[in-house]
Design a protein around this ligand. Structure first.
Ligand SMILES: *[C@@H]1O[C@H](CO)[C@@H](O)[C@H](O)[C@H]1NC(C)=O
Ligand SMILES: *[C@@H]1O[C@H](CO)[C@@H](O)[C@H](O)[C@H]1NC(C)=O
Length: 582
């Protein structure tokens, strides 16, 4: 049978001594949902098409009883349990997925939020109304059983109802929720946002960080840190200073998790710069992708498996699971087993933290705590210097992920390379215009259906040809900060492209997707570890952001000049006519 895998060797390898292991127990102790023989046997037997299904199933009885019954079953069969026996065991000891959640119609949902009326294109306005309706479909709340018997669920209890992404994602996710909340605020639903924020704050209070999503099997890792920004958006919308005051220490606690557990020092020109990275010091397969992680580990040396699993988890922590961003070297550059997430200093992570530091100094100033305000102002100043020294490339006009091992920047195109614009973490106003040139140099503006995730087709879902809503945002609202009309116009054009893709696919399929394939004229995306999912929280939020921002200019119809060559020819001819006339 499979051994329990708490990899002391890995912890030592990663430079953590026994003492810190004791101080920080593995934050995922369930012998059913996180590791152990039962998990291993069921997932490796592939009882379900998607490994996530098993670890989402509630128990029908106390976990001790499930484990006892399982060890008796194993003993009675000489540790050789047939697939059918396993299936029967799961049927008799677990419940169907989703039992612990019930549909919830947000109480602050209203029929006609104001922003709808200002959308000038009638078709887009009708569509925005349908997106606004979707909040009712994606609203969930927990049954009291989850509170009363937490050990029978992988779901972590949340006091307040919430909006989920949709599809296989029945729980809430960290960075997804930021775009969901932006959409909810446009839909004039601040009470729902406040409840979701409170859920996140409670997770920080309990665990010291926000897990990737609210399941115990996600506890070992976080996701891109946007909690401080969520608070800012809510407080700006609702002027709820009491809520800010009550929770400022929890925001501080979350940032100290990143500062202390996800920090990395990079030296350049005799100076040490303190930056952050995605890093998960725990081995073992991800419970929700168990068989895939086991199979991938079968392609590397036994000694390298725990480190590989830790790097996969760090990749999941980045939100980009998975991407050529994290792959390194070897004869086959695209091989997932070459993943080295923790050996990269990511642009987006450091820009998010830079923004959080600025917001914290603002919050503390408002609350009258000058000492803390100064602390965060200094942290931000240090980070701005580090971004410039380590990640910025003056010649290319963008920031790039830094490879700690090679000491070089990764020159590939990723929309995340422009995150400092979006986050307001640049000091030269001309940087936004340099970014436009960077996009032109990489021919990114020629992609008419959305900004690609990269220019490399690796089969991973965070690469070409997929396009994702949050990455459109990083570029579009980043460029839109430029004072130059030309750069702002490029931002609008990118927004128009993305809205057109979302709208056209919605018109055909009556659904919003988590990602889109831009190589096929805008289809639901593909690749990666699971089927493309409908719903979809952050895509809806992003569409509403753009529909609000460019309400008077976005159109639903195709622009003939862009799509029909003969139109283009006529337009060009007409535009050159004046030059031909004497
Ligand atoms: C396990 O049992 C099956 C029959 O159910 C048998 O074919 C197989 O050889 C057994 N494996 C071992 C390792 O005993
Ligand atoms: C992170 O910071 C702590 C001090 O807060 C330090 O002890 C540790 O070495 C740092 N880790 C890295 C990888 O730089």
């Amino acid at each position: 049978m499979h051994e329990k895998t708490w990899p002391l060797s890995l912890l030592l390898l990663l430079g953590l001594g026994l003492r810190s292991q004791q101080a920080l127990p593995p934050p995922c102790e369930s012998q059913i949902y996180c590791h152990g023989d039962l998990l291993h046997e069921v997932q490796m037997a592939k009882l379900f098409p998607d490994d996530k299904q098993f670890v989402d199933m509630p128990l029908s009885m106390a976990p001790d009883k499930v484990l006892l019954d399982f060890s008796e079953l194993a003993k009675a069969n000489n540790n050789n349990i047939s697939r059918q026996q396993l299936q029967e065991f799961v049927n008799s000891h677990f419940q169907a997925v989703g039992q612990e959640l019930e549909p919830w119609t947000p109480e602050d949902w209203k029929d006609s939020p104001r922003f709808l009326q200002k959308i000038s294109d009638a078709k887009l306005r009708a569509w925005a109304r349908e997106l606004h309706q979707l909040w009712r479909k994606l609203g969930k709340k927990m049954k009291p059983e989850v509170l009363n018997h937490p050990d029978q669920f992988s779901l972590i209890y949340a006091e307040h109802p919430f909006i989920v992404p949709g599809g296989r994602f029945l729980e809430f996710y960290y960075w997804d929720s930021y775009w969901v909340m932006e959409g909810l605020l446009l839909s004039e639903m601040p009470e729902t946002v406040k409840g979701m924020l409170q859920n996140f704050l409670n997770l920080v209070t309990t665990y010291g960080h926000i897990p990737n999503g609210n399941r115990v099997y996600y506890l070992q890792r976080s996701q891109p840190p946007l909690l401080t920004l969520m608070m800012d958006r809510y407080v700006t919308h609702n002027s709820d200073m009491a809520f800010l005051r009550e929770n400022i220490m929890t925001l501080d606690l979350e940032l100290s998790f990143w500062a202390e557990k996800r920090n990395i020092t990079v030296s350049s020109g005799g100076t040490n710069y303190h930056l952050n990275r995605y890093y998960v010091p725990y081995g073992g397969p991800r419970p929700e992708s168990y068989s895939k992680d086991e199979e991938l580990a079968g392609t590397v040396l036994a000694d390298d498996r725990e480190a590989l699993w830790a790097e996969l988890k760090a990749g999941a922590e980045s939100g980009w699971d998975f991407s050529s961003r994290w792959l390194s070297g070897g004869p086959n550059l695209d091989l997932l087993s070459t993943i080295r997430t923790s050996r990269r200093v990511p642009v987006d992570l450091n820009a998010f933290l830079c923004q959080a530091e600025e917001l914290m100094s603002k919050f503390y100033t408002i609350l009258g705590d000058e000492a803390q305000a100064t602390k965060y102002r200094n942290l931000r100043a240090q980070r701005m210097a580090a971004l410039k020294a380590i990640l910025w490339d003056e010649e290319k006009g963008a920031w790039f992920d830094y490879d700690i091992d090679s000491g070089k920047k990764n020159p590939e195109f990723y929309p995340s390379n422009l995150t400092p614009l979006w986050a307001g973490c640049y000091s030269d106003p001309a940087d936004a215009d340099k970014a436009l040139k960077y996009l032109e140099d990489n021919q990114i503006l020629t992609y008419k259906y959305g900004i690609p995730t990269s220019l490399r087709n690796t089969g991973q879902q965070w690469d070409y040809p997929n396009a994702w809503a949050p990455l459109q945002d990083l570029v579009i609202r980043g460029l839109a900060k430029s004072p130059s009309p030309q750069t702002q116009e490029a931002a609008f054009q990118l927004a128009q492209n993305w809205i057109r893709t979302n709208f056209d696919v919605y018109s055909r399929k009556l659904a919003m997707y988590e990602k889109y394939d831009i190589s096929t004229g805008g289809q639901p995306g593909g690749g990666g570890e699971y089927e493309v999912q409908e719903g979809f929280g952050w895509t809806n939020g992003m569409a509403l952001i753009l529909l609000d921002r460019y309400s008077d200019r976005l159109t639903s119809g195709a622009q003939p000049a862009l799509q029909k060559p003969h139109y283009l020819a006529v337009t060009l001819l007409l535009s050159t006519l004046p030059n031909l006339l004497p």
